[in-house]
Every structure is written in structure tokens, then in C-alpha cells.
Unconditional design. Structure first.
Length: 363
């Protein structure tokens, strides 16, 4: 981080404390039909295995709400109920034992025929949130900004997004709810950065970071790295989600790399691998991909190098805890730049290296 982490309040989600000096947590969201308990639990388990710490699930209707208790009981990680339009679904989630909600008050609160805001939904919901000692994420995005703010600012500008978010946190604060986390997302990286910088100046609630509708894996990863990473480098952010048009499990490797590369959290092993060039005489791409799959089994902070040149590889990657460098029909394995094995044959090189990595597995 370039800047010290911003001081925020502490909010509890399941067994985790969010904000303050607590680790920045990784979140994702299932894309199964939540009412399909078996499929949803299988995906939650896979997400957890790959480093997801908090999982959000959609609750679109009453039929889904009836399944939440069983889902919550079997989940290995804390679940967040994602609620839109009908506050009664949030009540069902709380009754099912959920300790966290994600709501957009902008589409839960509506005006009556006299153009007066009907506060009953938030009145009832706040009372139940307090009774259950639950937390709530106020989530605002560029598609949910209220009409009066669009009229005021002309479009869902960063200022409009922040004013909307603070308006909604005020609704909860006025009713005694303080276990609040806030997220402001846009599909625009620049607007996401500007809005969260402004939000951080105006509140000390924990902030959840993400670029919404970021896109397919390559585009979405780049946009997320720029948006989330830029904010983390400024000390902003307490949880993150990389939103990809893909299997949500794919989000997790990107999220961990953003945290690690920004210095925001040391999580997982790091892979150092050189780009291929005309001097490369082994299938470096295949080696790197196979070794990358192994990283999830290795301790945090471990640096693993995969280099394509026997002559320069160990020296160029001397900061790595362990690495390999390969040439035509041969290769070396090294630790901290010192060669520990010289091996003939690419397949033998990979097998020997994997055996060395097995010795370093998480205890």
C-alpha cells in the first residue's frame, strides 16, 4: 500500500470481523439457483476451497426464502442474503439464521400515492436487524441511483452515488442500526475509484470494493485490478469482490493476486514466471500452468519461480524461495538462487519440482 489503511469501524459477519485492522476479506457470489440447495452448496464448498471467505446468495422470491435455513446450516462460510425490492425476503433470511444482508434501500423504499416515502419496510427491517444482531451492507450502483439525485447531478456521477449511499445509511442509523458496511460500484473504473475515494472521506463505515459488471475473465480481471487495486493502494477497502462473467471460482485467484500485489494482504503463494522468448527451449507455458495449479496447496508468502533459461534463471529469480529453470532437455531446481538439483528431461524436471513443492505444503 502507498497509504496507510484507513481506519474504519468494525462489523461482524459470521466468524469474521470486518474493518478496523482486520484482514481484508474476499467475497464472491453464487450463480446457481439458490433454491437448488445441492447445487448451491456444492458451489459454496468450491468457493471456500479456493479461498472465498464470505459468499453472497440471491434471494429473489419467497420459495427461495424457505430454503435459506438449510443452506445456512450447511454452509462452511458466512452467507450474505442479497435482497432487492421486497423487505420480507430479508426478514426470512434473518429468521433462517443469516447474520448479514445486502440491501439496496433505493429499491426497497417506495413512495406512496401522495409522493411520500413509505418507511414501513425499513422500520420493520431495522427492528429485526437489531434483534438478530445482524449486519447489513448498503449496496449502491450506477443503475440504482434515485431520480431526484439523477436530476440533481445529471447522471449517476460519483457524487450522486455517494449521496445515495449516505442517504440510505442514514435511514438505518436513525433506527439504531450501526452494523453497516457500504459498497459503491460502477461499471466505470474511474467512477468507481472517484466514488469510493469520496465515500472514504465522508464515512468511517467499512467499505466493500468491486467494479460491477466488469466483464469476461480477461477484461473483468484488468478492470478489477485497476479499480480495486488503486483503492487498496490508497488504504481504502475492507472486503473485495472481483465480478466476472464466468464461474465465480475464477474470481478468487484474481482477488488474491490483487490483494497480494497491492500489499494489502499476504495471501497464498506467489508465482514468478518469465515471458517466453526466442531463447526458450522448453514448454515453459505448460510448466507454469501446472505449477500454478499447485499454489493453492502452498503456504502464504512463498515465492515460486518458473524460468525459461538455465543460465540466467536462478540469478534473475534469486529472491524466490524455490524455482526451476529449464533449457534444451535439461533443467535446474534452485532455492534462493542456489541450485539444489540438475536434471535431464523436462518431465523429470517437473516431477522432481512437484516433489519439492510437496515438502513445502501447508501444515
Amino acid at each position: 500500500m502507498f497509504e496507510p489503511r484507513k481506519k474504519t469501524r468494525t462489523v461482524k459477519i459470521g466468524q469474521y470481523l470486518i474493518g478496523g485492522k482486520n484482514p481484508i476479506r474476499i467475497q464472491s457470489m453464487t450463480n446457481t439457483s439458490t433454491k437448488n440447495i445441492k447445487a448451491t452448496l456444492e458451489q459454496i464448498d468450491k468457493l471456500a476451497e479456493n479461498g472465498c471467505e464470505i459468499v453472497r446468495v440471491a434471494v429473489p422470491d419467497m420459495e427461495t426464502g424457505k430454503k435459506l435455513s438449510e443452506l445456512n446450516r450447511q454452509s462452511p462460510v458466512p452467507l450474505v442474503a442479497d435482497i432487492h425490492f421486497d423487505y420480507r425476503l430479508a426478514l426470512m433470511a434473518l429468521d433462517a439464521g443469516f447474520t448479514a444482508l445486502r440491501i439496496n434501500p433505493g429499491n426497497i423504499l417506495k413512495k406512496n400515492e401522495q409522493d411520500i416515502l413509505d418507511t414501513k419496510p425499513i422500520d420493520v427491517l431495522a427492528k429485526q436487524i437489531l434483534a438478530c444482531d445482524a449486519s447489513v451492507r448498503v449496496g449502491v450502483n450506477s443503475g440504482s441511483v434515485e431520480k431526484d439525485l439523477l436530476d440533481k447531478y445529471g447522471h449517476p456521477s460519483p457524487e450522486a452515488l455517494v449521496e445515495s449511499a449516505l442517504r440510505h445509511t442514514a435511514y438505518l442509523e436513525e433506527r439504531g442500526v450501526t452494523q453497516i458496511k457500504v459498497s459503491i460500484k460502477s461499471s466505470s473504473v474511474i467512477d468507481t475509484i472517484k466514488a469510493n475515494m469520496l465515500l472514504s472521506e465522508k464515512t468511517d463505515y467499512p467499505i466493500h470494493l468491486g467494479v460491477t459488471e466488469a466483464g469476461t475473465p480477461i477484461r473483468g480481471s484488468v478492470k478489477s485490478a485497476l479499480g480495486i487495486g488503486s483503492l487498496l493502494l490508497q488504504g481504502i477497502g475492507d472486503t473485495i469482490r472481483v465480478s466476472l462473467t464466468a464461474n465465480p471460482v475464477e474470481e478468487l485467484a484474481v482477488a488474491k493476486e490483487i490483494l497480494r500485489s497491492s500489499g494489502a494482504r499476504q495471501i497464498g503463494a506467489e508465482l514468478i514466471s518469465c515471458p517466453t522468448c526466442g531463447r526458450t527451449e522448453i514448454d515453459l507455458i505448460a510448466l507454469a500452468e501446472k505449477i500454478e495449479e499447485k499454489l493453492i496447496e502452498l503456504p502464504d508468502n512463498l515465492k515460486v519461480a518458473v524460468m525459461g533459461c538455465v543460465v540466467n534463471g536462478p540469478g534473475e529469480a534469486k529472491e524466490a524461495d524455490i524455482g526451476l529453470a529449464g533449457g534444451r532437455g535439461k533443467g535446474v531446481i534452485f532455492k534462493k538462487g542456489t541450485v539444489i538439483h540438475s536434471i535431464q528431461g523436462e518431465e523429470n524436471l517437473l516431477q522432481t519440482f512437484m516433489a519439492e513443492l510437496d515438502k513445502l505444503k501447508k501444515v
